[in-house]
Design a protein around this ligand. Sequence first.
Ligand code: ADP
Ligand code: MG
Length: 251
Amino acid sequence: MTDTAFVEIRNAAKSFGSLQVLRDINLKVERGQIVAIIGPSGSGKSTLLRAINELDPLSSGEIWLEGVQINKKLPHRQYERHVNQVRQDIGMVFQHFNLFPHLTVRENITLAPKLLKGMSAGEANALAEQQLAKVGLMEKIDAYPSQLSGGQKQRVAIARALAMKPKVMLFDEATSALDPELVEEVNLVMKQLAEEHMTMIIVTHEMGFAESVCDRVLFMDGGVVVEEGPPEVIFRNPENERTRAFLRKHL
Ligand code: ADP
Ligand code: MG
């Protein structure tokens, strides 16, 4: 397929048992675009992000990344290989960091490049240093996650994702678990990625941040995209009453 957007989600639906969580979601993200997803708790934002890298595979619909269908139906062994391959192109940052607690920062970052990309220890180490410098944490390279602040952990998690040279970065409320004074250091790293034209899909509760970095905003509620558009429209002049009600509470 050559006519798909860089990231494209088509007619995505997802149920957990009898609970339908996503209904007919469509999304196109061009290379270098930054899309924010906002919406109330339980609206399906995390499920949608997790579907993109097959952590929560869709019940129906398609997900494409640079002309490759992520959620291809394949025989089990081929599927495993395919998913391992495509996940290398998709960096994900979670609310709760998900660093390996028993590994140092260096080991957290070098693990996947060594294991999945067959990088030598030396190459992976150089890469770890490069990514840590980028998030301003070189001095923590031999620390364990427990020795870091929440903001530092999240910056390491971002460095770890970037070390795989992903085509797209997914952020699921990356700053929600942080003390307020630590939010800015993580936002700054994300802004820097935006300036480097990293393609990003960002689930966030921070409307100001979304407005300042995103090209487009999607408002989700009840498993559907209720409204989408440029930030100045969604935040300043939304059409839908549900969007307005949500923003009255969160702006
Ligand atoms: P959001 O991220 O917008 O808060 P989620 O995607 O986490 O929403 O959840 C959407 C709905 O799906 C919620 O009702 C949630 O309880 C349900 N859900 C999420 N994950 C699972 C799961 N693994 N099993 C069953 N229900 C789930
Ligand atoms: Mg969520």
